[in-house]
Ligand binder design. Structure first.
Ligand code: FE2
Length: 335
């Protein structure tokens, strides 16, 4: 069985091809990098449309197969940005109907956790999912991934990216395990007066962003502001993760999503996990950000358990929550 997975929720148009034994046959990514500012869906979606055919050709070449040898098409239908999601969904619907292949709808957040389980070998972890568009602590219970805590406003990745852009240290994207804010934080000291907000099990970062920008305006040393912002942001998600670990009694921890490329966040989580005697293994950097492989991997599992839809039902769901998806393959994955 060969599954082709399509990712198009944010800035990456990805095609991954995976076989039944969860071996990667192809991993092609076309990444949109804005020249300035954030991701504008109206600019990214046309880039995806222009890149899709080439990405598909490259992926099939890499896997050394023809499209007829693909047994099913999996596609991330949400959560994500509408215009980009619609490009991936259109490509998936066209392939599935033209070649009469089953179509497997995949939740992007579920896929981030499945790729973490597959690549780390941790079977039943509590997960911290942090990216430009999401921040949540998630663990499995009774057929579903449950959200233990999440951000009440902006995601952590968005906090770092927006701050970096506003103070002119862009491009903010994580390179080699360091975000622009990490580099700026070197040599910085902790400043008093920035808000650390954890309400119940949820984090909040918009007040922190405003406070940090105000401090820069008032002439605070940029490295101090970067250092404080990052320490507060990382510590608050690690606190929620630690509570989740204690409460759920899980023995394993994973970190996934774009911000999982941060070596510092990995260090903090590794330390926290070891204090609780829990296992932690970092996800390989290539699988922290968005990619088609994670959609294909999840697609293989979903297909085995019969989660398919007809092309006319494969509609995008921008706010598709992770806890709306049944995960009947949980204890068997990865095989
Ligand atoms: Fe993502």
């Amino acid at each position: 069985m060969i599954v082709l997975g399509i990712e198009s929720t944010a800035h990456t148009f990805g095609i991954g091809i995976v076989d039944e034994r969860l071996r990667v046959l192809a991993d092609v990514r076309k990444q949109y990098a804005p020249k300035s500012g954030g991701i504008l869906p109206r600019e990214v979606a046309p880039f995806f449309s222009r890149s899709a055919a080439q990405a598909l050709r490259e992926a099939l070449e890499e896997a050394r197969i023809s499209v007829r040898e693909v047994d099913a098409v999996a596609v991330a239908l949400g959560p994500g940005m509408g215009p980009q999601l619609r490009v991936g969904a259109s490509v998936a619907r066209a392939l599935a109907s033209h070649y009469a292949k089953p179509l497997v709808p995949v939740n992007h957040a579920v896929a981030h956790i499945e790729v973490a389980r597959w690549s780390t070998g941790l079977k039943d972890p509590i997960a911290l999912y942090v990216a430009g568009g999401n921040t949540a602590v998630i663990s499995y219970a009774e057929e579903r991934y449950r959200v233990f805590g999440e951000t009440l406003d902006i995601p952590l990745g968005n906090l770092l990216d927006t701050f970096a852009r506003e103070v002119g240290i862009a491009p903010p994207y994580v390179k080699g395990g360091k975000h622009a804010v990490d580099i700026c934080a070197e040599g910085g000291d902790f400043l008093e007066g920035m808000p650390y907000v954890v309400k119940g099990q949820d984090s909040s970062f918009s007040g922190l962003l405003t406070a940090a920008l105000r401090m820069v305006e008032r002439g605070a040393r940029l490295s101090d502001v970067c250092f404080t912002l990052r320490e507060i942001a990382y510590s608050s998600v690690v606190e929620v993760l630690e509570r989740g670990l204690a409460l759920t009694g899980k023995r394993e921890v994973v970190l996934t999503g774009g911000v999982a490329a941060s070596s510092l966040l990995n260090e903090k989580i590794s330390l926290m996990a070891s204090l609780h005697g829990a296992a932690f293994r970092p996800i390989p950097r290539e699988y922290s950000g968005d990619n088609g492989v994670m959609i294909a991997l999840t697609g293989v599992a979903a297909l085995k358990w019969g989660q398919t839809v007809s092309p006319s039902e494969a509609l995008v769901r921008q706010r598709w929550r992770i806890d709306q998806v049944k995960i009947p393959w949980y204890y068997e994955f990865p095989w």
